[in-house]
Design a protein around this ligand. Structure first.
Ligand code: RRO
Length: 311
């Protein structure tokens, strides 16, 4: 029997597929939809301390090979997601879920993480260091000094399982520098990648989203090679205790297979989930299982990280 089960930080999941933060996770209704699908778990929309309206619409557009968005971190505020998760962990004690969060400043990030630390939350926390869409706020993880400082401060008080959501990097030296920083900390996972920031999609003579004159994060088919490169670059460089979540360009079981081959322990679906709905989890899981059967693999461990090189 072929299985796509996996584990992150010792927590077990029946399936390695889940939503990517930002898609199907703003409201409890959407989260319940992912929870009750074939997905192994869900992650909540990145939460700030307080509710945020986000940028003006239109702010998300499906485009031929993917998506472009400049949502601007709209969310219902930390308590909305944390209260839901605290309730859920009592109702479903055998499942583990992810809480995504970031502050609008390092101080706010610490305030949020301290609240999570002091709560009864037993799940996994993902600190989003890579939102590309808040005007005037650069993607934190492109600033290595700030990233190092924030992580040093966080691990002074945060003892629950924590991972980080990363932007794509495009230079080998940056992979080296980023990995050297992450390896200093007891991170449980890194999630590669967030959208490729600040792309521009044009239809006729116009941009397709309103914020930032049309500049937005790119997802979908466009970003798979970049996503795979980031997954594999960090798989090669990080301490084995830091697991990799692969995100970017997952349309099919073959795409999920490639993420795992590059080293991913969990695979997230964003743009395709937005286009297709939660039925995508069933389809992609079945496609992945068919590939595994054809190749004689019974579990993800049989091929995870086993990407072949040409000598
Ligand atoms: O809300 C957004 O604009 C957003 C976020 Br926080 C993120 O991490 N990635 C993205 O593509 N959009």
């Amino acid at each position: 029997m072929v299985s796509t089960k996996t584990q992150i930080a010792g927590f077990e999941f029946d399936n390695c597929l889940m939503n990517a933060a930002g898609v199907a996770c703003m409201t409890i209704e959407e989260l319940e939809g992912v929870k009750n699908s074939a997905a192994g778990t869900f992650v909540t929309k990145t939460a700030t301390l307080d509710f945020r309206q986000g940028n003006t619409e239109p702010r998300y557009q499906d485009i031929p090979l993917g998506s472009i968005n400049s949502m601007g971190l709209p969310n219902n505020g930390l308590d909305y997601y944390l209260d839901y998760l605290l309730d859920l962990q009592e109702k479903e004690p055998n499942r583990t879920f992810f809480l995504s969060l970031v502050g609008m400043s390092p101080e706010e990030t610490h305030t949020i993480l301290k609240k999570v630390q002091e709560s009864e939350f037993r799940g996994l926390t993902e600190l989003n260091l890579s939102c590309p869409n808040v005007p005037g706020k650069p993607q934190i993880a492109y600033d290595f000094e700030t990233t190092d400082r924030i992580l040093a401060e966080v691990f002074d008080y945060f003892t629950k399982p924590l991972g980080i959501k990363l932007p794509p990097y495009f230079d080998i030296v940056h992979f080296d520098q980023a990995a050297a920083i992450f390896n200093k900390y007891p991170l449980k996972f890194v999630n590669c990648v967030n959208s490729i920031g600040n792309g521009l999609y044009i239809e006729d003579e116009s941009v397709v989203i309103r914020p930032k004159n049309g500049f937005g994060g790119i997802g979908g088919e466009y970003i798979k090679p970049t996503a795979l490169a980031n997954v594999h670059a960090f798989y090669q460089r990080l301490n084995p205790q830091i697991q990799i979540i692969g995100t970017g360009g997952v349309l099919t079981g073959r795409d999920a297979f490639e993420h795992i081959l590059c080293g991913a322990s969990m695979v997230q679906v964003g743009t395709t989930l937005h286009k297709e709905g939660v039925g995508a989890f069933d389809r992609i899981t079945n496609e992945l299982k068919t590939i595994m059967e054809e190749k004689g693999y019974e579990s993800l461990e049989d091929f995870r990280g086993k990407l072949r090189y040409i000598d």
